[in-house]
Design a binder for this molecule. Sequence first.
Ligand SMILES: Nc1ncnc2c1ncn2[C@@H]1O[C@H](COP(=O)(O)OP(=O)(O)OP(=O)(O)O)[C@@H](O)[C@H]1O
Ligand SMILES: [Mg+2]
Length: 418
Amino acid sequence: MADKPVIRVVVVDDIASTRENLKKLLAFEDDIEVVGTAGDGRSGIDVTRQLSPHVVLMDVNMPGMDGITATETLAVESPSSPVVIMSVQGERDYLRRAMQSGAREFLVKPFTGDELVASIRRVYDMEAKKGSYLPRPPLGGAPEGGGEPKAPCQVCLVLSGKGGSGKTFVAINLAAALRHETGGRVCLVDLDLQFGDVGVMLNLDHAKTITELVDNEGGLDWEFVDDVLADGPEGLRVLLGPFSPEFGDLVRAEHVRAVVDVLRREFDYVVVDSGSQLSEATLEAIELADQIVVVGSLTIPAIKDTRLMLKMLESLKVDPSRVLVAVNGHDAHAVYDAQSIERNLHFPVRLQLPSEPRLVGGSIHRAIPLVISHPDSEVSLLFRNLARSLTPSGSELAPVKVEAKPAGGRRFGLRRQS
Ligand SMILES: Nc1ncnc2c1ncn2[C@@H]1O[C@H](COP(=O)(O)OP(=O)(O)OP(=O)(O)O)[C@@H](O)[C@H]1O
Ligand SMILES: [Mg+2]
C-alpha cells in the first residue's frame, strides 16, 4: 500500500457546491487527488488536456458543451484520461449515449462515496493494466491483429447463496454483453450440474453436454471440446449442463479444471453459471475464477444468504477484489436502498438490477438475451457497463452487429410464441 501511486482526478460539473463536495469526499482517500475542476464540457476538455489526469468525473447536464459531447471528444483526443459519467437516475437516454460516447463507466446520482471511490479505482486499475497510461488507439479503430499475443482470458463465475435469485439470467446476459461490447470470443458454461437452465433459456438443441468431457482418458483437446460446445446466439458458444440431475455427480473438480484450462486458451471470456448448492464443481470454479459475481435478491432471507456467501468466500481466502455483488430487485418484498444493503453485507454493491418482469420474461420466452433483444434498455445498459468494467482493454471495443434472432432448435418441444 505504501508506494501505491496517487490517482489524479479532474472533476467536471457546473454546480460549484457539487465540485466542492466531490473534492472533500475524495480528500479522505490517500490514493486519490483532485488535481483540477471545470464547470462545463469545453473547459473540462481544456483542463484534461493540460493536466492529463488518470480519471475524469463528468457531469452530463451542463451549460455550453454537455458532458456527453465532451466525453466523445476526450475519448478521441485524450484516450489516456478515461471518463466516468455521473448522471441522474431515469436519464435513460443519457445512459445509452454515455455508453456510446466512450465513457468507461457511469455512476447514477445520488451515489455513495464508496461507489465513487470504487469506480475511480476500478477505471484506474483497468487503465494501468493496459500499460501505464500510454495513449491508446482512438475509439472505433479497427483492432489490429498484428501478431499481438492474446490477452489473458477472464473467467467470470456467477454465484448465489439462494436459488432463483437470477444467476442464470445474469450469466446469460453478462456473456451476451461481453460479446456485444468486445466482439471477443465468449463461452458460457452451465455448471449448475443438476438443474441447469442455460440450454432451455437459450432454447438450444444440442446433443452434447459437459458429461461428454469427463471420461476422456487421453486428456482434453480443443477439437474435442469444440465439438461438445453448442452454438448460442450471436456467436456465443455454450457448454451445456447434464441433461438429467443424476449425471451431475460425474463431473468432479478435476474435470472442471481441465475444461476451464482448454477454454482459457481458446476464449477471451468464459462466463460460468452455477447451481445454488456449493458443489465440488462450484468450489473448484471459485478457485479458478478471475471474477466472482455474487447475485443476491432483495428479500431478507436472500440478503442473509448473500452475506453468508460473502463470508464463505472470505473464509476460502478469495481476494475481495475478485468479488462483486449484484442485487436483483425482481422478487423484492420492500424497497431497500443500496446503502442499507451494503451496511448489512459489509460489502459494496456493484450492480443493482431493477425488476423488469415484462422485458425479462419476454426475453426468456423468446430465448434471446435481453442485451441482444433490447440493448438500450436500462437492464441491458447495466450489463453492458459491467461487461466493460471487466474488459482489460477498456475503450478498444469493436461492437458486434446485433440482430434479434433466436438460435438453435427446440429441445423440449415447448412452443414459444413471439
Ligand atoms: N431483473 C429481473 N426482473 C424480472 N424478473 C427477473 C429478473 N431477474 C430474474 N428474473 C426472473 O427470475 C426468475 C429466476 O431467474 P434465474 O432462473 O436466472 O435464477 P437462478 O438464480 O438461476 O435460479 P436457480 O437457482 O433455480 O438456478 C426467472 O424467471 C427470471 O425470469
Ligand atoms: Mg439457474
